[in-house]
Design a protein around this ligand. Structure first.
Ligand SMILES: [Zn+2]
Length: 257
């Protein structure tokens, strides 16, 4: 990664909001770049001074770890249920998490955690990267170029990316284009096209398919859904908290554009 790519991600990195592949890439850059390391230190100083002046309650490391394992366990358990289609509403996910939390603790006791974690393959890590990117965008800047015009959004990516993503507006069928931004999957730059369905944001991540790992066709976590597919020379991943049926319908539109 370059410094320009690392800088916008330092805040998310400090707050541990990046996905595992991206975190590794950032750690490796910061470990060798004096400037970025200094900027991270500065951000940490600001954070610490805010914490020092406000009441702040940190979860004990053991609890934090157990919840992380539980969330991963929930995804693992989800895989078996996914073949029967989407049924996971938030409360179901909640129960799965608590079930997995109990399972995670039991596995800890048995020393079987490495098995649980290694069952998550590379493509699921990629799926998590996109989910992290979507969540980050929801709390930060979701659009770099604000435009409902596909003829404005598409050329905006020229010179910023090594590829030209296909961009289509679907306002006529209830999925207006809101704009686009540059985002990351691991240390790869990707195009993020931003659409809206009523109050739900939809991010569509586009990158060239050559040499890239594709996430599973369907992925779900914390009330967010992801649908991934390849078309032409591109891989697409649509992420949203929209219901499964509408997101699948939107993906169909893109697949047939
Ligand atoms: Zn740097």
């Amino acid at each position: 990664m370059t410094c320009d790519e690392v800088r916008p991600l330092l805040n998310a990195h400090m707050d541990e909001e990046t996905g595992p592949i991206q975190k590794a890439a950032l750690d490796s850059h910061i470990g060798t770049c004096f400037d970025c390391a200094a900027e991270l230190k500065q951000l940490e100083r600001v954070r610490d001074s805010i914490r020092g002046s406000m009441p702040y309650y940190k979860a004990p490391p053991a609890l934090r770890r157990q919840v992380q394992i539980a969330l991963r366990g929930a995804e693992y358990l989800d895989r078996d249920q996914r073949s029967s289609g989407w049924r996971g509403e938030r409360w179901q996910t909640g129960w799965r998490v608590w079930g997995a939390l109990a399972a995670g603790v039991a596995f800890c006791a048995l020393g079987s955690v490495p098995f649980l974690l290694s069952a998550r393959n590379q493509s699921q890590l990629v799926a998590e990267e996109f989910l992290s990117a979507h969540e980050r965008a929801l709390i930060g800047q979701s659009v770099d170029v604000v435009s409902t015009d596909q003829h404005t959004v598409k050329p905006w990516f020229n010179g910023k990316l090594s590829f030209s993503p296909p961009v289509t507006d679907f306002a006529a069928v209830g999925f207006p284009l809101e704009g686009g931004r540059l985002d990351y999957e691991g240390d790869h730059q990707v195009a993020a096209l931003v659409y809206r369905r009523r109050l739900h944001k939809i991010d569509v991540f586009v990158r060239p398919s050559a040499g890239e790992k594709s996430p599973p066709a369907n992925f779900e976590r914390n009330g967010y859904r992801e649908i991934s597919w390849s078309r032409g020379n591109f891989l697409f991943t649509a992420v949203s908290d929209l219901n499964g049926m509408e997101l699948a319908g939107f993906a169909k539109l893109l697949q047939n554009q």
